[in-house]
Design a protein around this ligand. Structure first.
Ligand code: ZN
Length: 334
């Protein structure tokens, strides 16, 4: 019987089993690509693929962010399967961003493979956490795959963000929450909405992706810089969401004038929403992560219970070592 091989290819991976091969978050000439989500480090080479498999959330956010697929698109919902060349592909929720997917790949009477893409097992205000599915081979991300990465409970992080944001407003500052335009920005908007706080998007990329979230039934409300009431809210009780402070300041100057841009620049206090606010990176802000922390990665792998695990991204070595110590044969990938 053939064995499965997994190799780094472009920004993603290629899985081979006998003569069959699949791209995972990477395209290759004439092939099929499984696209886990539309963050920039997962969409390389898509134009080369004959067929790209993903969810409507992934394809919609990809388009909103300027990405393109040249070949065919196969859209599947969570839980749906598609069989191509005797390979059954099932899409599972990854809990990372809108539409993000894990893929379960079952090859004829060969092994089953679970590819996680980026994933989060924790529920958030706008995303539902991922669940493990058993497989012979696990290909798992390891972004926070070092024991030093342990995230606090999300509810407490939410409370801390709101407390600090309100405190800054009382000091006549303008809180600016810095967040990735896909995923974290919409979670931040949802959090501010829940607490009745006026929210302004400072970047067009956040506008575009948030509109897709709304199209997919996520009820998030925010002002764009082009909205009539934005100037009064900005200098009143507004909280700005920004994926790029430099661009936000430029956008405010362009849409609302030099004086308001200057006022924002003088009064703003930037708080990052990211797992990287913990540990040695110490960005000012709060550890709100769209990824699974170290204990979660270990627990997830134990639930998948694979014969072999591949660990990708920068902490792949460390996670592989810890999984091996926990009785799961594991190797870094990439
Ligand atoms: Zn991602």
């Amino acid at each position: 019987m053939s064995s499965v091989s997994v190799r780094k290819y472009g920004d993603g991976f290629v899985v081979r089993y006998g003569r069959r091969k699949l791209g995972l978050d990477t395209g290759f000439e004439g092939g099929t690509t499984l696209l886990s989500h539309s963050h920039m480090d997962h969409v390389g080479g898509l134009k080369l693929a004959d067929l790209v498999v993903g969810t409507s959330g992934t394809f919609d956010t990809l388009k909103a962010r300027g990405g393109r697929v040249r070949g065919g698109k196969l859209t599947l919902n969570y839980g749906e399967s598609y069989t191509i060349d005797q390979i059954k592909i099932t899409v599972l929720n990854a809990g990372h961003v809108l539409g993000s997917s894990m893929f379960k790949i079952e090859i004829g009477n060969g092994p089953s493979i679970l590819y996680t893409g980026d994933f989060n097992i924790v529920d958030s205000l706008v995303h539902t956490g991922a669940h493990a599915s058993d497989a012979d081979v696990l290909i798992t991300e390891a972004t926070y795959g070092d024991p030093s990465w342990v995230f606090p409970e999300r509810k407490g992080v939410y409370e801390n963000i709101i407390t600090e944001t309100k405190r800054l407003q009382e000091e006549n500052k303008i809180p600016v929450l810095k967040a990735y335009s896909l995923g974290k920005a919409q979670e931040a908007i949802g959090l501010l909405n829940k607490n009745g706080m006026e929210t302004i998007s400072g970047n067009y990329s956040i506008d575009a992706v948030s509109d897709i979230y709304r199209k997919h039934g996520k009820e998030i409300q925010f002002l764009k810089l082009t909205d009539e009431e934005t100037p009064a809210i900005l200098t009143g009780e507004g909280v700005v969401i920004s994926s790029s402070i430099r661009h936000t300041l430029l956008n405010v100057r362009k849409n609302l004038g030099r004086a308001l841009a200057k006022e924002l620049h003088n009064k703003m206090v930037v708080l990052s929403l990211s797992g990287w606010t913990l540990g040695k990176y110490r960005e000012e802000g709060f550890p709100l992560s769209a990824h699974t922390d170290f204990p979660g990665l270990i627990r997830f792998a134990e639930e998948v219970n694979p014969r072999l695990a591949y660990c990708f991204t920068e902490n792949g070595n460390t996670l592989a070592m810890h999984l091996s110590n926990n009785g799961i044969q594991a190797v870094p990938l990439g």
